[in-house]
Design a protein around this ligand. Structure first.
Ligand code: 3BY
Ligand code: FES
Ligand code: FE
Length: 445
């Protein structure tokens, strides 16, 4: 296991106040009222998607306090490799130090505050500030600062660290001083599902950033259902069973035939799992804890191996100790900003990063076995085609919805039987927001 650094307490060590943010009383109480009046089983009221004050609150209470998926260890394989990640106004350096430990630091110089690294990724010996050349080791320690008095104590001016942890090679940061503690338990329960893929031992085959013209919650809600898949995702549905996760009563006459094939493929997958003592059960704890999550394993259609039109294997080398190509799709959803698909031959991982109230980055990374050779064992175009198309289709839907919820004619509408995970996401979200707002704003509860 690659260790990750324990975060040092941030300096200066002021206790963060739980009092309302520097915002006018009426704005906060209006938000509290919207939270209290949220109709269960319905989409959110328009201001949650359009109001800059609610966006600021989201950045503080959701992105500022939870574990946020930002990168994979495969993106920084060697000492000195780094990525920079912007979460709202916070810029963070995620770097592998000289002892191979993955660390996260504030991308802010301890001298007079200059932004240290501007590239989205790269490799450094040391981190040298472009302004007056204060020089930091990858572990954050200040190694050199010119023309300082005798009394200058270098050890007091290391980079401020940010909490970071690696879940089987997937890197999560938390900007809060005290991250949600329940992630430990979540990690322990997820490890047996992820370990067989050996994600630490993968390489990046491709990465894309797309900017969606919609609020981050519309991006997440759209991901949490496949109600739209039949109509919107011609590429994805050929690989996927649209009826995945359906119960008997959710099946319509139109998709009954597919449902039969789905059940048979599910049994086949259960057999493949037991061959390697892979956990058999799905877990759904999406809105019952701070680090809400769901892990579920679904068979794929056709050959059942990969996201190809015919379900055919797309990379010749399989990940980790996966026994056979047709190992279905292990999908992991974590609140608030991510989803993952782990297949026998590759993994696709997604990080949602808000840029503004109606602009959101979706970063998609395709991971393959480190020995897989591009052009020999896989073709990048083929490997990425389905999710590139799907992302683009989803972007359009998110943007249409953003335009719709911005329209004065919008009223929240009811979720269908197959949108329970959207409700779970929204419920998780309003619960977090409600808990963050001062109690006196909720006089009736
Ligand atoms: O990525 C997901 O988990 C959902 C379900 C299937 C398609 N998709 C948008
Ligand atoms: Fe970085 Fe001066 S601001 S060295
Ligand atoms: Fe979609």
């Amino acid at each position: 296991l690659t260790p990750t650094s324990p975060a040092t307490p941030s300096t200066p060590s002021t206790t963060r106040s739980t009092a309302p943010r520097p915002q006018t009383g009426p704005a906060l109480s209006a938000i509290a009222q919207l939270v209290a009046e949220r109709p269960v089983g319905h989409s959110l009221a328009a201001p949650f998607y359009t109001d800059p004050d609610i966006y600021d609150l989201d950045m503080e209470e959701i992105f500022g306090k939870h574990w946020i998926f930002v990168a994979s260890e495969a993106e920084i394989p060697d000492a000195g490799d780094y990525v920079t990640v912007d979460v709202g106004r916070h810029s963070v350096i995620v770097v592998r130090d000289d002892d191979e430990i993955v660390r996260a630091h504030r991308n802010v110089c301890r001298h007079r505050g200059a932004r240290l690294l501007e590239s989205p990724c790269g490799s450094v010996g040391n981190i040298v500030c472009p302004y007056h050349q204060w020089t930091y080791r990858p572990d954050g320690e200040l190694a050199y600062a010119e023309s300082q008095p005798e009394t200058f104590d270098r050890s007091s001016f290391g980079l401020r660290s940010v909490h970071i942890r690696s879940l089987a090679g997937l890197l999560f940061i938390c900007l809060a001083d005290n991250p949600p503690e329940d992630f430990d338990e979540v990690a322990t329960r997820l490890e047996p599902y992820l370990e067989p893929y050996d994600l630490r031992n993968t390489k990046v085959a491709h990465q894309t950033d797309i900017v969606e013209g919609g609020n981050w919650k519309l991006v997440m809600e759209n991901n949490r259902e496949c109600y739209h898949c039949d109509g919107a995702h011609p590429e994805l549905i050929t690989a996927y069973f649209t009826v995945s996760r359906y119960t008997e009563e959710q099946v319509t006459p139109r998709n009954r035939e597919q449902y039969g094939r789905y059940l048979a493929a599910e049994q086949e997958l259960a057999r493949a799992r037991s061959a390697i003592d892979f956990p058999q059960s799905d877990i759904t704890e999406l809105d019952t804890r701070p680090s809400g999550f769901q892990i579920s394993h679904l068979p794929l259609d056709g050959d059942g191996a990969s996201f190809a039109p015919d379900g055919r294997q797309l990379c010749r080398t399989l990940l980790g100790r996966i026994p056979s190509p047709a190992f279905g799709d292990l999908s992991l959803h974590l609140q608030p900003n991510t989803w993952f698909h782990f297949l026998g031959d590759h993994a696709v991982v997604f990080s949602v990063l808000p840029l503004g109230v109606d602009r959101t980055i979706v970063r998609t990374t395709w991971l393959v076995h480190p020995d897989a050779e591009e052009g020999v064992d896989y073709d990048v175009e083929e490997l990425t085609a389905v999710w590139k198309a799907t992302n683009d289709e989803d972007r359009e839907l998110v943007e249409k919805t953003q335009r719709g919820v911005h329209d004065p004619g919008y009223v929240p509408g009811p979720y269908s039987l197959v949108e329970e995970e959207v409700e779970a996401f929204v419920n998780w979200y309003v619960t977090r927001l409600g808990a963050a707002l001062p109690a006196h704003l909720f006089p009736n509860t």
